[in-house]
Design a protein around this ligand. Sequence first.
Ligand SMILES: [Cu+2]
Length: 396
Amino acid sequence: MSAKVKQIAALALALASGAAYAAWGDINMPAPQTVIDREIFGLHTWIMWICVGIFLVVFAAMFYSVLKHRKAAGHAAQLFHENTQIEILWTIIPFVIIGAMAFYATGGVLAMKDTANPDMTIKITGYQWKWHYDYLQDGVQFYSTMSTPREQIGEPGTKGTTKGEFYLLEVDNPMVVPVGKKVRLLITSNDVIHGWFVPQLGINQYGIPGFIKDVWIKVDRPGITRGQCSQICGKEHGFMPVVVEAKSPADYAAWVAKQKPKQAAAGTAVERTAKAAPAPEQTPQAAADPGKTYALDELKAKGQQVFAANCVACHQANGMGLPGTFPALNGSKVVLGAPKEQIEVVLHGRPGTMMAPWGPTLPDLDIAAVITYTRNAWDNKTGEAIQPGQIKTARK
Ligand SMILES: [Cu+2]
């Protein structure tokens, strides 16, 4: 036996024994967590068995004919054209099969689209490259950013360190929902098309700028489900996971109660356009006490976190950017120049470039902190602390 044949035989054996040992649950799709996903899962299983049935019938007939009527056994080919009976038959049979599939699927599709009478609504907005969740009734809102450390991913073209269990599928703030409640999700985007995709919830919905699409979930039991952005939306498309945590209604209420003071303190940014539940105490301007003067170290420490969550992808952890695309901040003329100009750029972005305006999404304190950080990180040593009050003034 040649080496190649031996290799193939070993591989086939490994696959066969692997399949024998693997539990059905390991091979099958993950267990559904919502009514809709059960429908989808059931439809998938039903259609798969139809396909298996067709496969068996077609291949059995084919092999039987090939073997039984082979030339070597003395059979000659039949020469004929057209056969009305067979043609009618092979039109009717697929029609019946497709009809059966469509009958089953229609109920599911209709149920999926029925977003009427929800118990609560969450607006989900895609950003390059994170998600924003806005609880329209409960007044809670936050950004959800991937929390897998950059070291695990590594620099482009290199291998990262050992990967964690939920590599690229973990976030700082998961979307929390109560179990057993119909939650309507309004999905949109702020920049390019994203896709909010959580297989176990049976949702894969485009987030399209300027449009709002609605879907709904009703999660069966407490637990965590994970998904990803499903539309190629730019450089960090693979780094914007979705994590949904379902809690009992009592735990959910406790979670909401805990979020509110936290949000007011952090000054979570608001870019609400709808009239729903205005929350003036959450506007970026009001939240960070503009009168307060922060120490340089305090701002630098906070700024490093803000940088890691929002800026590192383009400007890189070493502040060197990516040559030709994203400018280096280390030694940058803007960063080392007058604070006023840098504040302008961070607040309003640079039109015509990839530099996004951060004014609408980050509160004053975060912007002040991240600017302070860049002015005092790497080889930049201005010793300057930029205060939230300066950002507040510059916004006007
Ligand atoms: Cu995306």
